[in-house]
Write a protein that binds this ligand. Structure first.
Ligand code: ATP
Ligand code: MG
Length: 789
């Protein structure tokens, strides 16, 4: 033990204290819910700084949400009473975006790359599936995107997938083709999806040792919260960041003027960074997104000599709540026994409530919230959890009626609203002109008479000529469209060009900030005025939303005086459900069980504890599904500090039907003496005070094992085309090539063909070519990769 009495060690138990003060290479803190894992990680960061064992810039702390990152940063600053500039505390995704924006060119990306959310991915996949007629084989954007995501989380790409697939199966061949096209479309658009953010960073480090060395040198201390929910790609990223820098490379860095001297050991190498991870395998709830608890169970093999610290005292909940949690999770097999205990006393019993309908359940929740509130509990200290978003409807209806202030966390999905996506697509089109998805979104929004046929014509014109969609728009007069349509396209194109110009630092008129660009685009496109003029009351709400976005850009300008358009777009892309939380607002929080991870409330209402919802019916056929659902239930229970309510409804309206629901099998696992059961007074044969009859007491036999991994090899560095060049890159100039009907030509991609007709004039001359094997194409002669033969 140390004799130092730094206030940041105040109140810690001996294990927590050891975790804060340990200074070895690798530290694993495994502990149950509420035992202070996150608190210890925060204090550890503060301690590293306080003892001068690290500079702020040498610390990389990974949290599960942006909100958690902000909280950790605030707490570290509060503990130290000073700023901590240069310290990276962020999610995996945010850290990777930061790295990738800096190193974009190495991986053939534009610095302004777009980030596709799941909706963008689905639109892209829908187009691919349609063009390949793959829907007839049962492919949907939904099932393809989750399959692609699963393999990307394993660091597999389309090629490595194909090597392991049974390519005599037409289903597999088609999937590989979709996967390939999806990859190439994203590249052409200089876009990355969420999984790519991690995968590309791993690729960057593996393919460019010098780049990797810079980050290995910089981050001397890595700390990761919620380690049980890391997937293989994230694990690989951590491995890459914690490798040593070999002495030759360190030597070279030294010669290049990178400061490494103080960091090198006796052999001249820079040793790997120290790594601290904290987690709880019992709270692993993201196996469906590739989370792998083997990252925890394998930690001591991965990092030999690692120190392991167990924390068993829970500081969050009463003993009754903990006993229930312990009993439930004890039903999962294949787990390390750990018993949580609390010094806080038994507390009140858990309240169980059997409602006759979802509405009745909502009424109960609302009444109890009001009762707690009257007894002095603040609304913000209460939360209502549910398994599926569909359950919010009944809850909201009743809460509105009883005038209870509430907020659906992550439910507003502001940035997913169509009108917001439209406005953002304008900004994206300016920031990243090769993003075809964004351009196609705004092409006829607001309506300017550009129909789907024209959209397709521009798109194939672009494909035929090796142009980006944007370049094709600029050259659309060559397409022979009507003058009105042509004008509309050119006007949009010019609007985007002018907007881009206002962002140019060299612009003599001064550089615009984000809100100015947005307002310029809204004005120029008429997006907002169309909504304002509309008689549709819905459009009024849409206009208000866009105004809210403008207000947000103004806040952004204030908070980030140096922030540019791309920074704003990045921030928007990375907003996650939990970031929506606002604990000063004095409202009850409603959220899904997944969103609740890591949080705590004085009173927790866990609703819909029914078969089919918890465990969710979708989990029934998944190996390990019911065990994962049990962990989700455990996460929910352990959020509660003082009061826990478990409720279920005997009937529930779903998709217009009334379903009869059975009590969840998990309820039986809680010792009866811990729960005080109540029943709806309106229920027939009411026999209050008994446990609901569990009609389905079957236990799943899958245990807590996570799904078998696909066993795919890690991605090896792959050559990438410098498609970033297409953004600003020059195109060839065939200006002088004379062509006439009857000529034969050779095209770089399409092979040989015959010119049927030449239309247009000057730089806009178009050859209508019938290729021998590639079909008919319209080529802009000026730029087409063709020669006369
Ligand atoms: P989870 O598994 O849910 O993420 P956790 O292990 O990260 O939980 P924390 O959120 O860090 O736990 O801590 C739970 C609560 O216990 C917090 O309110 C924290 O302030 C409090 N706490 C942690 N350690 C102590 C301590 N030594 N003394 C008093 N309170 C503590
Ligand atoms: Mg935590």
């Amino acid at each position: 033990g140390s004799e130092r009495t730094s206030p940041l060690l105040d109140g810690l138990n001996p294990e927590q204290r050891e975790a804060v003060e340990y200074r070895g290479q690798a530290l694993l803190i495994i502990a149950g819910a509420g035992s202070g894992k996150t608190s210890v990680l925060t204090r550890r960061v503060a301690s590293l700084l306080e003892t001068r064992d690290a500079w702020p810039s040498q610390i990389l702390a990974i949290t599960f949400t942006n909100k958690a990152a902000a909280e950790m940063r605030e707490r570290v600053q509060a503990i130290l009473g000073q700023g901590s500039e240069g310290m990276w505390i962020s999610t995996f995704h945010s850290s990777c975006v930061r790295i990738l924006r800096r190193e974009a060119e190495s991986v053939g990306l534009s610095k302004t790359f777009s980030i596709y959310d799941s909706a963008d991915t689905k639109v892209t996949l829908k187009r691919i599936i349609k063009s390949l007629n793959a829907d007839t084989l049962g492919f949907t954007p939904g099932n393809v995107s989750s399959k692609i995501s699963k393999y990307k989380n394993e660091l597999a790409d389309a090629d490595s997938y194909a090597r392991n697939a049974n390519m005599s199966d037409p289903q597999e061949v088609m999937f590989v083709e979709i996967f390939r096209q999806y990859t190439s479309r994203l590249r052409a658009a200089s876009a990355l999806d969420f999984d790519d953010l991690i995968g590309e960073t791993v690729y960057l480090f593996r393919a460019f040792p010098k780049v990797a060395a810079l980050y290995r040198r910089r981050f001397r201390h890595l700390l990761v919260d919620e380690y049980q929910d890391t997937n293989h790609a994230q694990y690989a990223l951590i491995r890459e960041l914690t490798r040593p820098v070999a002495s030759e490379l360190a030597e070279e860095m030294d010669r290049d003027g990178v400061h490494v001297r103080g960091l090198r050991d006796a052999t001249g190498a820079i040793p790997g960074a120290s790594l601290t991870v904290v987690g709880d395998s019992d709270q692993s709830i993201y196996a469906f997104r590739g989370a792998d608890t083997r990252n925890i169970s394998g930690f001591e093999q991965d990092f030999p000599g690692a120190r392991v610290i167990l924390l068993e005292q829970n500081y969050r909940s009463t003993q009754n709540i903990l006993s229930a949690a312990n009993a439930v999770i004890g039903h999962n097999f294949d787990r390390k026994e750990k018993k949580l205990w609390s010094a806080g006393g038994d507390g009140e019993k858990i309240t169980g409530y059997t409602a006759y309908s979802g509405h009745d359940e909502a009424q109960f929740v609302s009444d109890e919230i009001e009762a707690l509130h009257s007894a002095g509990m603040a609304y913000r200290d209460m939360a209502v959890f549910y398994r599926t978003n569909a359950q919010t409807r009944a809850l909201e209806e009743i809460l509105v009626r009883s005038a209870t202030p509430y907020r659906v966390v992550g439910g507003t999905k502001f940035y997913e609203r169509a009108e917001i996506k439209d406005a953002l697509a304008y900004l994206i089109s300016v920031a990243n002109p090769v993003d075809e998805l964004a351009l196609r979104r705004i092409l006829n929004t607001p309506k300017r008479g550009i129909g789907p046929a024209t959209e397709t014509a521009i798109s194939s014109f672009a494909d035929d000529n090796g142009l980006t969609f944007r370049q094709a728009m600029r050259n659309c007069s060559a397409l022979g469209l009507g003058p009105k349509v042509t004008n509309a396209i050119l006007q949009l194109s010019e609007l985007l060009d002018s907007a881009a110009l206002t962002l140019d630092p060299e612009n003599p008129a001064g550089q615009s900030n984000v809100s100015e660009v947005l307002e310029f685009l809204l004005e120029g496109s008429g997006l907002l005025s169309v909504l304002r003029k509309s008689r549709d009351p819905q459009d009024e709400a849409r206009a208000e939303n866009i105004e809210e976005l403008v207000a947000q850009t103004k806040d952004f300008n204030k908070e980030n005086p140096d922030g540019g358009l791309v920074d704003f777009l990045t921030q928007v892309s990375l907003v996650a459900a939990a970031d929506d939380l606002d604990d000063v607002s004095g409202t009850v929080s409603l959220m899904t069980l997944h969103t609740a991870k890591g949080l705590e409330y004085d009173a927790v209402f866990l609703t819909g504890v029914e078969e089919g919802l918890l465990p969710h019916q979708m989990s029934a056929n998944e190996p390990g599904g019911p065990a994962e659902e049990r962990r989700l239930f455990y996460v929910g229970i352990t959020r509660a500090r003082k009061r826990l309510y478990l409720s279920l409804a005997m009937t529930r309206a779903q998709f217009g039907d009334i379903n009869v629901a059975m009590p969840s099998r998990y309820l039986q696992e809680i010792p009866a003496e811990l729960i005080d059961w109540k029943q709806s007074p309106g229920m027939a044969n009411s026999r209050g005070g008994t446990q609901p009859r569990a009609l389905n007491a079957r236990r799943d036999g899958f245990g807590g094992r996570s799904k078998e991994q696909a066993g795919l090899p890690p991605a090896t560095p792959k050559p990438k085309t410098a498609w970033a060049n297409t953004i600003t890159g020059t195109v060839r100039d065939n200006g002088g090539l004379e062509l006439a009907a009857g000529d034969r030509i050779r095209h770089h991609d399409f092979g040989e063909g015959r010119v049927n007709q030449v239309t247009g004039e000057g730089t806009k001359r178009i050859a209508h070519v019938q290729f021998d094997t590639s079909g008919a194409k319209k080529l802009l002669i000026k730029i087409a990769p063709i020669e006369k033969i």
